[in-house]
Design a binder for this molecule. Sequence first.
Ligand SMILES: [Zn+2]
Length: 632
Amino acid sequence: MTGVQPTASAIARLIPVSTGNVGLDGGFWGERLRVNRERSLGHGFAQLERAGTLQNFRLAAGLEGTYRALGADVIGTVFPFLDTDVYKWLEAVAWELGRAPDPALASKAHEAIELVAGAQRPDGYLNTYVQVIGGGRAYRDLAWGHELYCFGHLIQAAIAWHRALGDDRLLAIATRAVDSIGQATGPAGVALDGHPEIEMALVELYRTTGDRRHLELATRMIEARGHGAIGEGRFGSAYWQDHLPVRDASTVAGHAVRQLYLDCGAVDVATETGDVTLLEAVRRRWHDMIATRTYLTGGLGSRHRDESFGDPYELPPDGAYAETCAAIASVMLAWRLLLATGDPDCADAIERAMYNGVLVGSSLDGTRYFYVNTLQRRTQRVAARPGDGERVSWMPCACCPPNLMRFLSSWPQHLATTDATGIQIQQYATAELRAEVAGAPVLLKVETDYPWQGSVALTVLESSDRPWTLSLRVPAWCRSAKLRDGGTDRPSASTGERTISETRTWRAGDSIVLELDMPARVTEPDPRVDAVRGCVALERGPLVYCVETADLPSGTELEQVELATGVQPTPVARPDIAEGLVGLSVPVVDGAPPSIGAIPYFAWANRSVEAMRVWIPRRTARNAQGTNRDEG
Ligand SMILES: [Zn+2]
């Protein structure tokens, strides 16, 4: 089972490979998951205790004390959704313990579950903020109170514990909490939270328990949104997607995470109710978002003021908001759309967002985090405000760190899918995949140094005597792919082919190798993105690269660097950043020194933080005869 598990009657095209059937412990993702498990989860628990987030559950259970946030007593107001930090951390632990036991981690999780259980009121209601400093008055401010949003994360944690471990303690708590929503919905049978999240959780609760009331409530929430019921608030009704009905809005709008979580719920409702027009509305909106409002890194959100999408092509690199949670939410949505439609664009978008916009949210050691992910930091900004904007160990609004933890721990669920005909490899990682294909078990071994190299070896370890199809995604960035099968090479049929498929009666020991040509690329922006017109970005495989001051010739300021037309970056090992990491060396003038270094965007800010930029200006005719440092 996985976090998103459409029922047999849903209109989903693809089925995820169950988390217990994915053995992922090597290669690039093996290391990222090891860091998440061994460093981030312990760090997260300590931070939840230090910040007071766990203590707030003790207070809600009756302990005397003052509500706390970020280690300080709260006087006045504070974010009312801190409970979700605990729920997201618990979800992460469930997926991890499902992959392998860890008694120390389990003991911390059991302590947290006991605290959650102890805080729940007899009527099922549970929200430490309302119970401790809100006078116990539930559902008084659905627009800003985040009570149903909190329940959404509680439900998702509960489902992870149920599916990964068969532990139903949280599921009992979550079900009782959902029953208390009747106090909020009134006779109309619907309540709208200003921050969507509970919709997708309710559908998953239906998928888990079979209780159709949860699906029906989620459906009513999706249908009721967009009719101005929540009000204008501080930022207008589009901020919380209440400006247009969910099935009518042609573009994403407002707060990015809210929009993406809402659309996750809409896809889940659509697949379970067979609502093709609702599914198509989200799919259209998603394609428009990818084409017009998505950073090269897969980041989303151009405006800081209301954490919102900008206008089409409003993608300033220095002004990027690109909250880590928005990148995670975009992967969650693309995954649901991929399962529902099989659209390979979704798997490509997942890859771009994961390797760039999501991973950048954490330091390589897994203990420091970005909330905002800029694509450019200037030398003068660093000089004027040292340390400002660097990763931090926790935040007053700590939505991103535990969201990263739960998402990384569930990442193995996103590697492969099945349908009636065979297995589709959606993301390349060293792993063993077990699946049932055409009613018979299959065990497949994948070995690769991806994303550093484009070679992926696949070996069948077990299969039956029935034929099935192995489908391999050809990423959109790849211009040349071929399949090596024994002594023969089979090139991809045509440029732009999205999938290479091989149907046969597979035997144990059969082996094929996918070769994805992976030269470094100099990428031109869409000319409509005016903020980076005249610039280029460096990419290789699924990775977006950036330049930090530390990799410039000494005495050069990052703002002085320009790249001549026709320069070809070359891959170079960068063990100084991380073992196995591949950087780029880029001559600023073709074929001549000096060269600058570029590293993967996700790995920036792991040295002393200086200036950084993703988009580099093209060398202009004005100073093309001089050296790079000429003023022209
Ligand atoms: Zn966040």
